[in-house]
Design a binder for this molecule. Sequence first.
Ligand code: GLY
Length: 569
Amino acid sequence: MRNSVALGLLVAASLTGSTALAQQPRWWSPVVADSAMVVSAKSEATRVGVEILRRGGNAVDAAIAVHFALAVALPSAGNLGGGGFLVVRTADGAVHTYDYRETAPLAASEDMYLDESGEVRPGHPSWFGALAVATPGSVAGMKLVHERHATLPWAELIEPAIELAERGFPVDPYALRLIAGKVDDIRRFPGAAAILLSDGQLPAVGDTLRQPELARTLQLIATQGPAVFYHGEIADSIVGAMARRGGLVTHEDLRRYRAVERPPITFDYRGYTVHSMGPPSSGGITLKLILEQLETIDLGNYPYHGARAVHRIVEAMRRAFAERNVLLGDPDFVDIPESILAEPYAHELAASIDTLRATSSIDIRPELSASQATVESTETTHFSIVDPMGNAVASTTTINGSFGSLETVAGFFLNNEMDDLTVKPGVPNAYGLVQGRSNAIQPGKRPLSAMTPTIVVQNGKPRFIVGSPGGSTIITTVAQILIGTIDYGMTLAEALDGGRIHHQHLPDTIRAEPWTLSEDTVAQLESIGHRVEMRRGYSGRAQGIELGPETGLLYGRSDLRGGGEAAGF
Ligand code: GLY
């Protein structure tokens, strides 16, 4: 399949007007460039990243600029009021992973969302409104990676986002879909409505979305650094809003917040070295457990999306998610068994797979049984960057739900990340994830995440940089992209655009994008005990870069599922 890669369209550069710029073509093929590539979920942010690279900035400089640009151009997920993870592999081969996940406020408690009889209170308070907000980490995270890796001045990296917020950008059909999908909720929150609606009505495609209040906030961050966010004027605004609207975040929470470096999750998969994010993200460990179970079979010889392959992949997902949901949590609060990082752990899980029958999820980790678990889609956003020096960045960031808690302050949206903690053991969260006590609410704790920014290395060189939004489907999206490329020899673009399946232990159902499985395959899966749900809606929206080992070229792909752009030079 690799021979079928067509060269992407090289068009005149719109950024500098001088040199050729590879951009996302409209047909099914990757963007091709020979030096540098940025792939993000919004073309405005991608172009900001490319411009920073053209000025001589490195991949981390570009990542910081893209992060702030996404806070403007993709307010459903890009953020100042959320958190995220960033994996960087520097040209010398060193890998660093950074955690700027939000923390539960100090006043949070395990039963804060429960009523006197121990039931979750109505109105979804861990999802909507001020009580859903955890202490934001993104601004501290950007500053930490700036101190460690960047070469351009902090303010210069925020300047493009300020300009974008002041000048505005056109509402595209994808942005309109995001706003329209939540318009009734947006109308309940005056700050959100003021940013996203015109006189209470949906904007039209082509309308310009300007965010002057956000521009001013970004200007403060550019000139005063994170201090203004965690101790200064913006901190005052956050704390004031929380106090007025029933939230818990205080000055003390903001003062104490720290972004940190974490050890990467690194493992071998069929001769490729995979670097991904460790706890408090479950992404790296769950990805490792899925792939290492599959390494026990010759998966590439099972027909792609045929019943035999789907059965094995689903059984591996089921088992990996069961371990995730019980054992993983914020490593500063939970002792995660070291054995989970050793290969025999996954091989033992694989040994329990019946090759001819689906295992019932309640027979694996029965302590997690719940009857009403469902899987919902979600926002979050990922970007991938390679610079001309050979540095690579994979970063995933979120405010959790689309437009987070819908609470706003100083022109930006605040997260609803409290819902990623276990609101009540056994009760599914917004992604249908049924989680255990390891992820129970505790003051200062980071909610367990599924974000999976990943860099794959082959023969000492970066080979794939990839990640996705999608809540729990993030992990299975990244796993299937690596299965497509490594097991089935697809290009990254082919693997990334291919249909996806998802299983997360509970609900005990294979969720498949509607075009993924044939009728025969579904019938065969059902005959061996699987429940298959062909669902409207996407599983993930990945953004990836492939480095061609033979050609030395970069192939960028923004998922056909929506909105983004790959561009390079
Ligand atoms: N809020 C989605 C995640 O962190 O997995």
